[in-house]
Write a protein of this length. Structure first.
Length: 154
């Protein structure tokens, strides 16, 4: 199966996050990957507190699928942050992985600046694991989030 067919769908589940400057937290996430036959994947993500009501982070963007397993990402966030990243796609045994490292993180004048982001989306069977590292708030690049999501019934 192609990267488009493998990731296509809606995934949901639970995640947790931390950073040296904030209190650790847990959240609920819905993440969808949508392909329409062109060489990109539309990504939409929404999170909520575990009370199932209060909205947390969300983001929308596009994964551009290039020749030779290369990927590019452009991703917009309501916090005023835009991530522009390069990535690589790999398949190994029973898993498929998209890994990204930012080449530029742009912030609007009022946004909290972010210096670098790393993203990993790993699909194994019908489980999608997302990990996110960042450099922000004068900290070195380090872990902020991990979520474990399961594909929703079509
Ligand atoms: C699943 C997605 C995410 C969730 C649930 C989440 C949640 C949180 C929470 C609860 C906080 C602490 C309270 C607050 O400042 O609002 C926080 C802080 C922060 N997050 Fe995230 N976040 C997510 C993704 C991201 C992403 C993608 C970025 C950057 C590209 C980011 C950058 C930050 C920054 C810069 C802070 C502030 C740290 C500080 O002020 O010291 N977060 N996040």
């Amino acid at each position: 199966m192609s990267i488009f067919e493998l990731f296509q769908g809606v995934f949901s589940g639970k995640g947790s996050g931390q950073y040296p400057t904030i209190e650790p937290f847990e959240y609920l996430e819905t993440l969808s990957f949508i392909s329409d036959g062109r060489p990109f994947i539309r990504l939409e993500q929404k999170t909520k507190k575990t009370d199932r009501v209060t909205p947390l982070h969300q983001e929308v963007g596009y994964i551009r699928v290039l020749e030779g397993s290369e990927l590019e990402l452009v991703l917009v966030q309501p916090t005023g942050v835009v991530e522009v990243a390069k990535g690589i796609y790999s398949e190994e045994d029973a898993s498929a992985t998209m890994e990204f490292r930012s080449i530029q993180v742009i912030a609007t004048p009022s946004a909290k600046p972010v210096a670098e982001t790393l993203r990993t989306y790993r699909l194994a069977s019908e489980t999608l694991t997302f990990e996110f590292h960042m450099a922000a708030a004068q900290q070195e690049t380090q872990f902020h989030l991990r979520s474990d999501l399961v594909r929703e019934e079509a």
